[in-house]
Design a protein around this ligand. Structure first.
Ligand SMILES: *Cc1c(COP(=O)(O)O)cnc(C)c1O
Length: 373
């Protein structure tokens, strides 16, 4: 917050905050986004490629024709249909849209907010699972991964037995560790949750870069849903997430969706992107090849430990992550310093896979940061 109203008004506002805003909200921090102006931005798993100019022009024309004077109704149905086809949605399943998958994480948190509610997720994981539970007063149980960031199956099963979570989150692949967990362990965890009629949501934000998806298996396990987003695919600025599951289950969560949560412009841009899915899959292939190059070259840097990745990010451990982060930034490359997120992430940086040139610059910045230590 920068400016305040004149002092007399400001003190009144403070009194209103004290009375009207929840105490826990007053003492919490908002989701921090680090400034990136002038830097090579490799901190947020964005797709680094802009649309080719001719597609930009075509999109501009399409957006110009959208009926922005009307509430978005028909276009939402069109997006649901186009996405269902794009992902080959299993029969009997339904799909609902969110303003980014963050909104859907929040709606699942809202739906599970009852006296028996309990949310469980492995840690370190995506922060929104914990945040959406806590903000609603739903107990959150975090179960640490192993030191190699694999699921600790015994600890997960014990926690499920003890807490009987109503919702369990499995990011597939996980953020920030970028790996896909063992399917055998996952099946046993899903089965353990099913014993208490607990829901398990697979968050597949990184599906465009992963070798496996849970979607084809959703029918085998009635207590599972799959959450995805177009953000990492290449539409982070559009805000479009979707949740798939048994039609009856989706219908329950859909009751909580704010009407008209997806703008007509989001819809049109999404339809356009799906019509050009080949361009996006070409981009994803470049990023996967670049990921392979980075995994190889990062492993050659002295003192670094590189973890396997099935996403458009790579987790690395260096001797001094804070110094490396600052030195890379001084060389114009912004990555994410995540050592503070969880003790298991000590001295870890999370690198987003960028364009070939950006990756070359990132490697050079990290190499010299490590060298100059
Ligand atoms: C980026 C990310 C999301 C959020 O995606 P949006 O659709 O942009 O809100 C959700 N889950 C995971 C694991 C992510 O990394």
């Amino acid at each position: 917050m920068n400016a305040r109203l004149p002092t007399t008004a400001a003190s009144r506002v403070d009194a209103v905050i004290a009375r009207a805003i929840r105490q826990d909200v007053q003492s919490m921090h908002g989701y921090a986004i680090q400034p990136s102006a002038g830097l090579i931005k490799l901190d947020a798993m964005e797709n680094p490629f802009a649309l080719p100019p001719e597609l930009q022009a075509e999109l501009g024309e399409r957006l110009g024709r959208v009926a922005i004077n009307r509430y978005p109704v028909q276009c939402v149905g069109d997006v649901v249909a186009a996405l269902s086809q794009h992902i080959d949605l299993p029969s009997g399943a339904a799909l609902m849209l969110g303003n980014g998958s963050d909104e859907l994480i929040d709606l699942i948190g809202l739906a599970s907010m009852h006296p028996d509610g309990c949310v469980l997720a492995p840690l370190p994981g995506f922060v929104m699972y914990e945040m959406s539970a806590r903000i609603r007063g739903v107990p959150f149980v975090g179960v640490p991964l192993t030191a190699r960031f694999e699921l600790d199956e015994a600890a997960m099963l014990a926690a499920i037995e003890q807490h009987r979570p109503t919702v369990t989150w499995l990011a597939y692949p996980n953020n920030p560790t970028a790996n896909l967990w063992d399917d055998g362990a996952i099946e046993r965890i899903v089965t353990a949750c099913a014993r208490h009629d607990g829901l398990v949501v697979f968050d597949e934000a990184y599906q465009p870069f992963a070798s496996r998806s849970w979607l084809p298996r959703m029918g085998e396990f009635a207590n599972t849903m799959v959450l995805r987003t177009l953000s990492k695919f290449g539409l982070a600025g559009v805000r479009l997430g979707y949740l798939c599951g048994d039609a009856a289950l989706v219908a329950e969560i859909d009751k909580l969706r704010p009407p008209y949560n997806i703008s007509a412009l989001n819809c049109e841009a999404t339809l356009f992107a799906l019509e050009h899915a080949d361009e996006y899959s070409r981009q994803a292939n470049v990023l996967k090849a670049e990921r392979a190059r980075l995994l190889r070259d990062l492993a050659l840097l002295p003192g670094t430990t590189v973890f396997p990745s099935e996403a458009n990010m790579i987790l690395v451990r260096v001797p001094d992550s804070k110094a490396a982060f600052e030195a890379m930034k001084a060389r114009g490359v912004l990555v994410k310093h995540i050592a503070g997120l969880h003790p298991l992430l000590a001295n870890c940086l999370r690198l987003t896979v960028g364009t070939p040139d950006e990756n070359t610059a990132m490697l050079a910045a990290l190499a010299s940061a490590l060298h100059d230590r």
